[in-house]
Write a protein that binds this ligand. Structure first.
Ligand code: NDP
Ligand code: GDR
Length: 349
C-alpha cells in the first residue's frame, strides 16, 4: 500500500486529492492546523474513527512555519509521495500580509524540502506552483514562459518553485512543480471570485442577499474543474522522471463572462445585483492568464473534460442546493454524464 502525505488537506485541492488517493488504495496522512473552531468540513466525509478497522486516513497537527515538527512528521510517516498544497493562497490577502505569505507560502516549501533532505527518506515531492507566477507575461503561458510575479503571493510561489528545482538539481530529490491555472469547484474557498459569485447568486435567489460587491471585472482567467487538476498532480508523481508541467484548459474568460454565465443560467441579470467596491482592487493585477498545457497533454496524457460553461453550472447548482433551493440541475447532470469520477456530488460544503 502506498503512503502519501498531503499538506493543505483541509483546502479545496487537498480534500479532492485525499479522496482520489483513498480511492486508489493509498494510506493518506494529512497536516492540519489546530483551530478553535472545526476546520475539517471538506474532509469530514472521508474521516473514520481511528478505532475502526481499515482506517487509511490519518490527520496530524502541524504548521508550515514549524520546521522541526515537519521534519519529525516526515521522518515518522516515511511517505512514498508528498503533495505540498498548504499555503496562504489568497492573492489579495497577500498584499495585506506580505511577510506572513512569504513565510508560509515561500519558506514553507523550503522547510519541507529540507526535512526530506535531512531525514534522507526516498520520497516523491509535488510543489503546488501557480499560474500567478506568470504575472503580466504575455499569454498563452507554458513551461518556458518567464515568471513576472505581480503580488507577494506570486513572488513567494516563484521562490518555492526555484527551491524545488534547486533541490532536484542539487541533491537529486525526486521533486516536481505543477504550475496549475485557476481551478474551481463547489469546495472553492468562499472569498475567491468564482465561489463568491455562485454563493451570492444562491443567497440572492433565497432572498438573503441583494447586492454583490466585486473588484476588477475585466481580469481574464483560465478556469478549470478542481477534481481533474488533482488527477494531474497524481499523474506527475507517477512518471519515470521528475519534471515541471503547466495544467490548464486553454480557454480564458473574464470575471464579467463568469457573472453573465452564472446569473443567466439561474434566470437573473447580474447588472441588477453587482456593484464595484474598489476595496477588492489589487495594487498590481494579473490581467490575462491562458494556459498552453500541451506538454501535460503529450507527456501525462492529461486533458480536461469539464468546460467553462459546465464548471459554472456545477458550481451554481451546488450553491443553490446548499441554500436549500432546487437548482436548475444541468450541473448535476453534467457531472453524472461526463465525469465518471471518484468524488461524490455535493451541495457546497
Ligand atoms: P486553499 O486555500 O483552499 O487551501 C490551503 C490549505 O493550506 C488549507 O488546508 C490551509 O489550512 C492550509 N494552510 C494555510 N496556512 C497553513 C499553515 N501555516 N500551516 C499549515 N497549513 C496551512 O487552497 P487550494 O486548495 O485552492 O490550493 C492548494 C494549493 O495550490 C495552494 O498552495 C495554492 O496556493 C495552490 N494553487 C491553487 C490554485 C487554485 O486555483 N486553487 C492554482 C494554483 C496553485 P486551513 O484549512 O487550516 O486554512
Ligand atoms: P486569483 O483568484 O487571484 O486568480 O488566485 P481570485 O478568484 O481571488 O481572483 C480572480 C480574479 O478576479 C478578480 N476579482 C475578484 N477576486 C476576488 N477574490 N474577490 C472579488 O471580489 C473580486 N472581484 C474581481 C481578481 O482581481 C482577479 O483578477 C487564485 C488562487 O487560488 C491562487 O492561490 C492561485 O495560485 C491562482 O488562483 C491560480
Amino acid at each position: 500500500m502506498k503512503r502519501a502525505l498531503i499538506t493543505g488537506i483541509t483546502g479545496q485541492d487537498g480534500s479532492y486529492l485525499a479522496e482520489l488517493l483513498l480511492a486508489k488504495g493509498y494510506e493518506v496522512h494529512g497536516l492540519i492546523r489546530r483551530a478553535s473552531t472545526f476546520n475539517t468540513d471538506r474532509i469530514d466525509h472521508l474521516y473514520r474513527d481511528p478505532h475502526e478497522q481499515d482506517v487509511r486516513l490519518f490527520l496530524h497537527y502541524g504548521d508550515l512555519s514549524n520546521s522541526e515538527q515537519l521534519t519529525n512528521l516526515i521522518y515518522n510517516i516515511q511517505p512514498d509521495e508528498i503533495y505540498h498544497l498548504g499555503a496562504q493562497s489568497h492573492v489579495r490577502v497577500s498584499f495585506d500580509m506580505p511577510e506572513y505569505t512569504g513565510d508560509v507560502t515561500g519558506l514553507g516549501t523550503t522547510r519541507i524540502l529540507e526535512a526530506i533532505r535531512r531525514s534522507g527518506i526516498k520520497t516523491r515531492f509535488y510543489q503546488a506552483s501557480s499560474s500567478e507566477m506568470f504575472g503580466d507575461a504575455p499569454a498563452p503561458q507554458n513551461e518556458s514562459t518567464p515568471f513576472r510575479p505581480r503580488s507577494p503571493y506570486a513572488a513567494a510561489k516563484v521562490y518555492a518553485y526555484w527551491m524545488t528545482v534547486n533541490y532536484r538539481q542539487g541533491y537529486g530529490l525526486w521533486a516536481c512543480n505543477g504550475i496549475l491555472f485557476n481551478h474551481e469547484s463547489p469546495r472553492r474557498g468562499e472569498t475567491f471570485v468564482t465561489r463568491k459569485i455562485t454563493r451570492a447568486l444562491a443567497n440572492i435567489l433565497a432572498g438573503k442577499q441583494k447586492k454583490l460587491y466585486l473588484g476588477n471585472l475585466e481580469a481574464r482567467r483560465d478556469w478549470g474543474y478542481a477534481p481533474e487538476y488533482v488527477e494531474a498532480m497524481w499523474l506527475m508523481l507517477q512518471q519515470d522522471e521528475p519534471d515541471d508541467y503547466v495544467i490548464g484548459t486553454g480557454e480564458s474568460h473574464s470575471v464579467k463572462e463568469f457573472l453573465e454565465e452564472a446569473f443567466s443560467y439561474a434566470g437573473l441579470d447580474w447588472r441588477e445585483h453587482v456593484e464595484i467596491d474598489p476595496r477588492y482592487f489589487r495594487p498590481t493585477e494579473v490581467e490575462f492568464l491562458l494556459a498552453d498545457a500541451s506538454k501535460a497533454r503529450e507527456k501525462l496524457g492529461w486533458s480536461p473534460k469539464v468546460t467553462f460553461k459546465e464548471l459554472v453550472r456545477i458550481m451554481v447548482d451546488a450553491d443553490i442546493e446548499a441554500a436549500g433551493l432546487t437548482p436548475p440541475g444541468e450541473g448535476k447532470r453534467i457531472l453524472q454524464e461526463k465525469f465518471s469520477g471518484w468524488h461524490r456530488w455535493e451541495g457546497a460544503v
